[in-house]
Ligand binder design. Structure first.
Ligand code: CA
Length: 230
């Protein structure tokens, strides 16, 4: 089954239709008929996206549900809104809903909007523009490095090597893995070249390069970036 979509909607006919179209499009569907059920299902199923009817029976309306979800998660929320709910629509967007679809809607349109929202949020997730740890800040777009707020000059290979290590603090990388991760830059492609890059990086980053605090040697294995809690 594909990504799961939570539908919080009390009109069974709408749920049935959406379910049919969404399952055809490769999603799995978790239905909930009121706000309380919806929040329970949200916490239990961890859906990739929530379709949320604003006008729900029971003590929690759609805006209450949206507000609670936002306090707990950045999951995309698309509101389903009826005529006369224009103010609620705006309120919903203000408390963090990602989009709304006015009723009546075509199920195809709903599937297309879900795809678009998921694509947008995935892109934002997958491409962190900045990596930051222990006073070092790498801007991956501009390829600049700051150490405690001061810019330091790194070669392309040094930058790539440091970025790989910093993305996974505490994880040990072998020289071969580091070489793979930094390939594409014009420098000597043998494993010992990694040692030279690390040496250069230490001279640029460390107060005492012989007792490094950032890039640590793991004897017989490779290198790792120090975790801040160790
Ligand atoms: Ca309703």
């Amino acid at each position: 089954m594909g990504k799961s979509i939570l539908i919080i909607e009390d009109e069974a006919k709408i749920v049935r239709t959406l379910r049919l179209y969404l399952e055809q499009a490769g999603y799995s569907v978790v239905p909930a008929a009121d706000g309380a059920q919806g929040l329970a299902a949200f916490r239990h199923a961890e859906p990739a996206l929530v379709l949320l009817d604003l006008n729900l029976p029971g003590s929690l309306d759609g805006l209450d549900v949206c507000r609670t979800i936002r306090r707990e998660s950045q999951v995309p929320v698309i509101m389903l809104t009826a005529r006369g709910e224009e103010n609620d629509r705006i309120a919903g967007l203000e408390i963090g809903a990602d989009d709304y679809i006015p009723k009546p809607f075509s199920p195809r349109e709903v599937v297309a909007r879900i795809r678009a929202v998921l694509r947008r949020t995935q892109l934002a997730d997958e491409v962190p523009q900045v990596v930051e740890a222990a006073g070092i800040r790498l801007d991956l777009d501009r390829r600049t490095a700051l150490l405690n707020g001061t810019e330091i000059e790194l070669t392309a290979a040094e930058f790539d090597l440091l970025a790989v290590l910093m993305r996974h603090p505490g994880r040990v990388f072998t020289r071969a893995q580091l070489l793979d991760a930094t390939r594409g830059e014009a420098y000597e492609g043998f494993e010992r070249s990694i040692d030279q890059h690390v040496k250069n990086l230490r001279h640029k980053l460390e107060t005492d390069p012989r007792h490094p605090r950032y890039i640590l040697t793991v004897y017989g294995a490779g290198y790792k970036f120090a975790r801040e809690d160790t």
